[in-house]
Write a protein that binds this ligand. Sequence first.
Ligand code: FAD
Length: 585
Amino acid sequence: MRASNSMRGGRGQTIWTGESLKCLDRESVIMSHRTIHLFRKGLRLHDNPTLLGALVCSSALYPVYILDRVFLEGAMRIGTLRWRFILQSLEDLDARLRALGSRLYVLRGSTASVLRDLVTRWGVTQISYDSEVEPYYVSMEREIQTLAQERGLKTYTCVSHTLYDVKRIVKANGGAPPLTYKKFLHVLSVLGEPEKPVRDVSAEDFLRCVTPVEPDHEKTYRVPSLADLGLEVEFEVLWPGGETQALQRLDKHFQSQGWVANFSKTRTVPNSLLPSTTGLSPYLSLGCLSVRTFYHRLSSVYAQSKNHSLPPVSLQGQVLWREFFYTIALSTPNFTKMEGNPICLQIDWYHDPEALEKWRTAQTGFPWIDAIVTQLRQEGWIHHLARHAVACFLTRGDLWISWEEGMKVFEELLLDADYSINAGNWMWLSASAFFHKFTRIFCPVRFGRRTDPQGQYLRKYLPVLKNFPSQYIYEPWKAPEDVQLSAGCIIGKDYPRPMVCHTEASKRNLALMRQVREEQQNTAELTRDVADDPMEAGLKREMQEEEELLEGAEQHGTSKRFNGVADHKSGSWTPETLQLSGEVM
Ligand code: FAD
């Protein structure tokens, strides 16, 4: 077993990141605490070292979730699909706790004042919670520390949302985060394998340490419904929240050991009707699934396989991308913003609320883009490459709108919305950081058509187009009038015309980006490592083709070269420019 990573925090605080319980400080073990275990993320009973450690040193433990809506909605945008996912996850957590003889206490209000009240009411001596990296959770942790100091309470925290305590990665890299994936993997090779998961919390734990359930528990502390929060969702549940679902889905994937071992992100398909990747992100994001459990199960499959894929494209490679963005987010000021963010190119993006609204509401007139956004709005999950397509379109590809705007929309609509991963990937896709092949711009017509030439995905998510022949489904504006009539959809009336000419817009944006990167070469170099791009191998051929087309258009003077004056409206749709795009796409 690896040496324990336990650390002593401030006065009366134990921070524990190790896999054994040996590192609990002596005083805590001897004392029999009355503990509030505060769930924030980490909604699970498997590999939950904080909860397990708190149970060991307590005689009474109250599992608590504080639905602090003002705090949560102030810190992040949470759409109704994600609220539903959170509430389902809490229901599941309560059911699993109940099966072990405990219960979940759900309270509403401000975290600090609810805790203050509970500490007095229940005679609490210790508060336990997972240590998180997001600035809003860190500030909440400071409030808890202040309360603990005022009341003479212990706090007990562990890291369990990431494979490593990401502070250790930064420390091992000399105090700064490794800014490329390659360097990051190198630092991990020095640190060694992540800790193994701790054992599941069991009924025996709740025999020794009881949850004093009050008679009116159901009435006072039950998980509220969506209606209680004044919300409703019309779309069916495709991703039921909770640990039970997370573990079932994990088990199902591991039945196909070959698929797991040979997983290569570049071979997965963005427009398959069922997810072609694991679809575990919502569960990892809320901590219904432990990333260490996932990682070590992958290790055991790899150990039994003759061959297996490797990072960056393997499944372990995927969770390491997650870790990579967590590590950088921790130590980069203003990580979710452009301004004041030292790794991010400073770009004079357009302010165009009307264009943003068309993108956000699936009204761009490009079926591939609109179908993806529709799936996102209805289901809360889209494939990684689908995220590529819409993010590129919004930013450096077509609309030249800030990645921050796209990130906010994703934050609201994604079930897996995550502070570090979302911002990191948006910087990547907009070529503001991490990604440097900025000449590779996705075509909103050809990208989707490659893997779904019949347009089944488009027909599912944009039923208005379902009767178009495959020949036109990606570019319905090119269909002759009689074809539009017999498809029952007139472009410009029943479905919008394309909002931009892709060829014009992408060519102009490419020139803008080239200029930005020349001017800010030093910033661009900070996160540069071509070997980092997991999609590089798979997309190289297609993108090269696209690049050639763009360059061809430039060389043949089929459109005006950017002359240093930012006139984004020049990319707007007109019959003439569409004609041109038809030739080039
Ligand atoms: P799999 O391919 O099965 O991968 C397994 C796990 O690895 C994922 O669940 C996720 O935790 C992690 N992972 C995979 N790809 C990435 C990646 N590129 N970066 C970091 N971690 C990764 N993922 C989120 O979890 N939350 C977000 O808010 C988010 N925003 C994104 C925004 C944009 C613009 C883009 C391009 C990607 C974003 N991603 C985000 C990353 C990625 O698209 C999703 O993690 C992945 O598609 C989830 O599906 P999956 O669970 O089937 O992934």
